[in-house]
Design a protein around this ligand. Sequence first.
Ligand code: SF4
Ligand code: SF4
Ligand code: SF4
Length: 662
Amino acid sequence: MQTAIFTTLLVASLLFFGWSVYRRLSLVLLGLPEERFDQPGRRLSEMFLYAFGQLRVIKKPFGLNHFVIFWSFVILAIANGEFLVNGVFPSVSLALLPEGLHRALLIAFDVVSLLTLFAIVLSFVRRIVVRPPQLDSLYVKGRSPEAFAILAFIALLMLAYFGMHGAIIAQGREAAASAMPVSTVVAAWLTHAGVDLTLVERVSWWVHALVLIAFICFLPLSKHMHILTAIPNCYFGALEWPATQPRETFEKGAVYGVGSVERFTWKDLFDSFSCTECGRCQSACPASITGKPLNPRQIVHAIKTNLLENGPALKEGRKGTLPLIGNEGEGTNTEDAIWSCTTCGACMEACPVLIEQMPKIVKMRRHLVETESKFPEELLNLFENMEQRSNPWGIAPGERAKWVSTLPVKPFVAGETEYLLYVGCAGSFDSRAKQVTVALATVLNAAGVSWGILGKDEKCCGDSLRRLGNEYLFDKMAKENAEIFRERGVAKVITLCPHCLTTLKNDYRQYGLELEVVHQSELIADLIKKGRIKLDGSEKSLGKIAYHDPCYLGRHNDIFEAPRTVVQAVTGSAPQEAERHGRNSFCCGAGGGRMWMEEFIGDRVNHTRVDELLAEKPDTVCVACPYCMTMMEDGLKDRGAGEVKVRDVVEVLAEGLLHKKG
Ligand code: SF4
Ligand code: SF4
Ligand code: SF4
């Protein structure tokens, strides 16, 4: 009788499970195509590293708890599989395996079940007592009934496991009892308590069975769907850091970007089902931290909710009714949220299951700018200046080379000049950044580097346009720039700005231009290493130096060491690190085109960053990006700390060389 009831329930639950998984995953196929099937070997190794190795999960102290639960899940899948099969075919069990293997498995199940129980208790304590802020956001609640139900399910499974095996051992029916240390202790308790052992065994068996069946039904309906999708999501993760966006094909009457959920790719949609709702992206995001309406977790959640709501209609060829971009509401992203992103990439760096939040935001920006012509008014000026004068300020191109008046600078000549110094708009026009350009030119001359400039023929690289979603204008400028670079025979480029670096190096590849692009800090570090710049590490005039990692130099292009090497070589000591630094650094607030926008909502990102740096009590803040320079200088002034100097890394070097000369 028990076998018949159990078999019926199990078959029904498996059918329900299959149907629910199909219903959700078939929605993913509504997305646009995207190539994620190449390089299987590399993909497998990433999957093992991030999914099974839980590389990013264990970066946070509490991540160890999830690590235990994840691996218990994997190991106990064997025990639970056996339980289900044995429930249908009572003569089949792991006891049929060779004795040594059977006993090893029993030891593992017993110990792992105890560890899991402990991990679940800690998870309850964390949710009820500790309550870290990243647990909750507007529509995702770490203390939701669903979250507690899942934890309770797992705890019940473990308790039932011990109850069942303890009772069997206490009745003397377990030949391998010595391989079950925890269950043996439970057996002793049960014997001591004088309970009805048959009843305990029967009740525990049914609790175990019903919880497993409930779990099978509930899994694909809940956020715990990630148990099924997170591992493949790591397999399909981006192999290259997505520091760039894909090109668009411009056709008359076409729609651009993503304005409704089916315009995302299948991978974007799959991402949304893989979110574990851990909140790591939220607690790394400068916009979320400073009170903006953007929350990367919310963006991913909105895509999932929108897809679930609109999916059935979309499958039938009708339009969805829940807007993807619109007024505040679950399943909808507000324009304020979309425009708050600095594209710093901190969310992608934090996500344990390799979800790519930032590119989804840029896709929605593209829709707003290119399909709907809807963008913050303050960007109109920027777009016009870029279109008419090829720079954000709208200054006449003839003014570009004005910074050179005091220096012997030559134009770039193919075959004669090694490097093109791509000065960039800030380095050409911004009065503070121009000082950095002069410092760099002086250093390059001193080290005997062969370099030249394009002068008035240089145009903005278009970084802000691309991140702001104005792909049409970016495309036009990128084509023009690529043409000039080709005509002039440019192969090697030095940039002052990480945004120019990433655009010329990563984005222009899509235009067939493969350049060797170095950031000035990399070139200088190399010149120091080769002995072409000599320093004695005695420069002390800048006092204690704290270094701020520019996101587009560090996180987006993996350049962390070069600026630190330069500071170390000049001062004799490594720069002071802010609490968030390197890969986990915090944006200055200017990336993603935010340089050209006011911050009307929440705190200012640069104030928060400056506070983090001031906590290190520096005399100088060292930067390696002209945007960061502006943000740090403004932030320090606003915080009444104007006495703290801000120096680009090349200025730190120039200072060292100057004093060395005496
Ligand atoms: S890219 Fe940066 S600002 Fe944008 S959502 Fe991610 S963490 Fe937030
Ligand atoms: S998107 Fe990634 S980091 Fe953010 S909540 Fe989901 S799983 Fe966590
Ligand atoms: S301005 Fe500096 S910190 Fe801000 S996004 Fe650019 S590189 Fe990052």
